[in-house]
Write a protein that binds this ligand. Sequence first.
Ligand SMILES: [Zn+2]
Ligand SMILES: [Zn+2]
Length: 274
Amino acid sequence: MAILFENFGLAGGYFLGVLSIILRYALIAGLAYFIFYHWKKSSFRRLKIQQREVSKKMIQNEIFHSIYAAFIIVFMVIGIYFMHLRGWTNIYSDIHEYGIAWLFISFFLMTFIHDTYFYWTHRLMHHPKLFTLVHGVHHQSNNPTPWAALSFHPLETIVEFIIFPIMLIFLPVHPIVVFIYSFWLLGFNVLGHLGYEIYPKWFINHPILRWLNSSTHHNMHHRYSNCNYGFYYNFWDKWMGTNHKKYYSTFEKITNVKSKNNETAHHSLNLPSK
Ligand SMILES: [Zn+2]
Ligand SMILES: [Zn+2]
């Protein structure tokens, strides 16, 4: 995004930056929505986590807040840009300075740091004194769609993204890693709010992959609110005992339905009642 500020000035770069985030969101969330909620809706119906339909009003609300968030996010990117100009960040431009392996290591470190930050700030935002003001907007979607990927109150947008300038002060990161991470972040957000479970049934029993959160995991967070706080990984929920007690059985129930014409699956709610 620095290229935009350098070529179009701060104001021009800001609006083009907002536009690029909205376009990226519209493409990734829109593609997922089109496939799962229109084009292949009947084929994927058995994998729908909550069978009930989502209202148009809910989707409009998700899109409105996500677009709003894009304006806040680019403000924070401008902050990072100025921090970088003043030499306050550890962003480096020569790949060979830290080697190719560091590109991968730094990416994974970012996911672990971000996930830990997310888990604890997320739990904090569920405190009754903060929930309504900061996090309530995101929970208006209790049966989320891909459009909920960036559906945050402005204050929550700041909480969610302030970790990046902080990380970039301490962690040497190449711009290509930042760029790829921004897609990974949005992609994982869309996956978490997809409303459909797309992992295979063996995923939850795999010794390594089971530590990665599924769409069912985050969907259950939206449905019940007091469980499943993690984002990418399941470490913190496991260690702190905050996984929903029926998370694994719910995942298995959804992914075990074999027949796409299974009438029971068509009409039942895949999630437990509490
Ligand atoms: Zn969510
Ligand atoms: Zn929450």
